[in-house]
Design a protein around this ligand. Structure first.
Ligand code: ARG
Length: 455
């Protein structure tokens, strides 16, 4: 069949674009000056295409499902209904910012300038001070976090001009190194490009920057972290190659999606992945279990919302509380489920629940976690200490005349709850802004590896 002339032109253009794409990818990898290994290098995306607006933040009007992003969104365009919501949220945030930062100068002119900017563009650009304050207060308002006493110490990496996948990935790896800080972990957030009316922000698919693969075995059991069995198999379908001999602690690649590039995978460089091998202070056989855990928990799929501006890619970390690893990640029956094996090795009578073999094994796993992190000079805290600190935080917030929302079901530690003071009281629950939000579609992507945000 003869090919028409326009078809030939389109075809050669497509080939040219493809070649340019492949070249730029290699360039990014080389520029990175380290192994920024791009996985599954197959261009499965057009170079640019219309995309879907992100799911709305709180108080946002939900966008129509497939409105092209290349044109301004009617509801978010200057003067639209959505921009009215942005104005209200911006004003509320700037009032808070100026009330808590009297040194920041006059509020009136700043609010007026921001309102003009929203009228013109549908959004606005935070000053560095507003961004830092907003991110810290988002932590302060995070009702599930017991570690909020240190909210002021959050360090901000202002990466709002970074929006392409390769650079997002590279900065995430830097984040891991800088936050680890030789073991003295620094609470830190990296804020990438915000959502804007004419361009959606990048997305990080992974729930955390470091997560372990879970491989479904023929017998139905899972090698590794069962939480990520579906995510892992999706990434393998997308071209990720697990290590030749898969193990229980294989670090998954980072998936960064942008509207122009689609989802791209990046292997984490070894220098970004700090881990602690687990041993027990008395039980010598514990080390033979070959367990370990990563030092820095960087949550990477929640949306930071400050004054009507939304940052879907804003990975942040604190340091671990031991029970997160020992009681939940290693203990939960749908995670590494180590309690029965540890109990057997301890020689406990597992035939009778009333021997409390589960509780006894759980305590030893948790002792191993705290001991190993301490022995390796990596910051960690125990649930008794952290519970006391949280009550100090509550007192301070009350003295400052602020409400401190807290979710009892998250605050109370997953072991020995009633032995900690946070158990024996109630909390305010109403959501405060700024805050971090878990979008349902982002939560789904983090567990199942899709569907893409910009299909
Ligand atoms: N629970 C999560 C995990 O085990 C980490 C959540 C954030 N934790 C923290 N200490 N900042 O990986």
């Amino acid at each position: 069949m003869p090919i028409s002339r326009p078809a030939v032109v389109v075809l050669s253009l497509a080939i040219l674009l493809l070649a340019v794409r492949i070249c730029t990818r290699q360039l990014i990898a080389v520029q990175a000056g380290e192994q920024l290994l791009q996985v599954g290098d197959r261009p499965w995306r057009r170079v640019s295409r219309p995309g879907k607006r992100a799911s709305p933040g709180p108080g946002r009007v939900r966008a129509r499902p497939s409105h092209p992003v290349s044109r301004p969104h009617p509801e978010r365009s200057p003067g639209g209904a959505d921009s009215e919501l942005v104005r209200v949220a911006a004003k509320e945030f700037l009032e808070l910012f100026h009330a808590e930062n009297p040194q920041a100068g006059w509020m009136g002119p700043r609010i007026a300038a921001v309102m003009r900017e929203i009228d013109l563009t549908g959004t606005y650009w935070h000053t560095a001070e507003e961004l830092a304050f907003g991110a810290r207060v988002a932590w302060r308002n995070n009702a599930r976090c017991i570690g909020r006493l240190y909210w002021r110490s959050l360090q901000i990496r202002d990466l709002r001009t970074v929006s392409d996948a390769g650079h997002v990935a590279r900065h995430c790896f830097d984040h891991l190194r800088v936050a680890h800080n030789g073991g003295k972990i620094r609470p830190m957030i990296s804020v990438f490009a915000p959502e804007s009316p004419n361009r959606p922000a990048p997305r990080i698919w992974n729930e955390q920057l470091i997560r372990y693969a879970g491989y479904e075995q023929p017998d139905g059991r899972v090698l590794g972290d069962p939480r990520y069995r579906s995510f892992t198999s999706k990434l393998i379908q997308r071209g990720w190659q697990p290590p030749e001999t898969p193990g229980a602690f294989d670090v998954l690649p980072l998936v960064v999606e942008t509207v122009d590039e689609g989802p791209r995978m990046f292997q984490l460089p070894g220098t970004a992945v700090n881990e602690v091998p687990l041993e027990h202070p008395e039980l010598e056989w514990f080390a033979d279990l070959g367990l370990r855990w990563h030092a820095v928990p960087v949550i990477s799929n929640t949306r930071l919302v400050i004054g009507g501006v939304s940052y879907p890619a804003a990975p942040f970390n604190g340091w671990y509380m031991g029970t997160e690893i020992g009681a939940r990640n290693l203990g939960d029956s749908d995670r590494y489920a180590l309690v029965p094996e540890v109990a057997e090795r301890m020689g406990l009578d597992t035939s009778d629940e009333a021997t409390l073999w589960r509780d006894r094994a759980l305590v030893e796993i948790n002792r191993a976690v705290l001991h190993s992190f301490n022995a390796n000079g990596v910051s960690i805290t125990d649930h008794h200490t952290e519970s006391r600190r949280f009550l100090i935080h509550l007192e301070r917030e009350e003295r400052a005349g602020r409400r401190c929302p807290a979710d009892w079901t998250w605050i109370v530690p997953p072991m020995s709850g009633s032995q900690t003071p946070v158990f024996h009281r109630y909390y305010e629950t109403e959501t405060q802004l700024p805050n971090f939000f878990a979008d349902p579609d982002a939560a789904h992507r983090a567990l199942h590896g899709g569907p893409p945000a910009f299909p």
